[in-house]
Design a binder for this molecule. Structure first.
Ligand code: TYD
Length: 205
């Protein structure tokens, strides 16, 4: 029987999730699982082309949401669903919570519309676990200051990220069994330990 799990990483830009994804994937691999590491928007050849448009091209907010879900549809069909069916573990840097947070919270698109798209694109399939990296806005902004080549989203103003974070935290409160909030203001070593422990817990060792 397939025993794969679908795990997603989320958070506002600058929350520090990227640092921990690779370590989490390695930990799960070391525990004997086959891991597919992927990301959104992206994860397929078509999805990566859509990512390039989404991150750099101005567009209507509904176009943006539709393209996010179009990329996701392809990602599910080509990568996520087949991997889970094989019993592999899928670890994705962002998934649909990001659309609720960024296009819903950040851009102000109706959450109802997004729920309809979610239902259409992935019906009952939800991540088994979502790790939400959370930091106060000042910390995220400070971390982003050091990056070069900020994309379209990273260039948004502070109030955009306040709304993104709000929706992420609302969703964590709404789905407490799926979404685990990681306080990402702590030292990296502490977070790494927590992440390793979560890997052990979810692998059922
Ligand atoms: P990100 O995951 O932060 O990658 P990097 O670490 O390379 O910058 O970048 C993806 C951006 O796309 C991020 O700003 C959030 C945004 N995004 C959405 O707005 N909606 C979505 O549904 C997804 C998946 C991402």
């Amino acid at each position: 029987m397939a025993t794969g799990k679908f795990i997603t990483f989320e958070g506002v830009d600058g929350a520090g999730k990227s640092t921990h994804i690779a370590a989490f994937a390695d930990a799960v691999r070391e525990l004997g699982k086959t891991v597919i590491s992927t990301r959104e928007p992206g994860g397929t050849a078509l999805g990566e082309q859509l990512r390039n448009l989404l991150l750099h091209q101005a567009m209507h907010l509904e176009t943006e949401a539709l393209l996010m879900f179009a990329a996701r549809r392809e990602h599910l069909a080509q990568v996520i669903v087949p991997a889970l069916a094989r019993g592999d573990w899928v670890i994705s840097d962002r998934f649909t919570d990001a659309t609720f947070a960024y296009q819903g919270g950040g851009r102000g698109l109706s959450l109802d519309k997004l729920s309809q798209l979610e239902q259409w694109v992935h019906g009952d399939l939800q991540p088994d676990l979502t790790l939400l990296f959370d930091v106060p806005l000042e910390v995220a902004r400070e971390r982003l200051k050091n990056s070069r080549d900020l994309d379209k989203f990273e260039q948004e103003q502070e109030d955009f990220f306040v709304r993104v974070r709000q929706v992420y935290l609302q969703r964590a409160a709404q789905f407490p069994h799926r979404i685990r909030v990681i306080d990402s203001t702590r030292p990296i070593a502490d977070i790494s330990r927590e992440i390793q422990q979560i890997a052990v817990d979810v692998c059922g060792v």
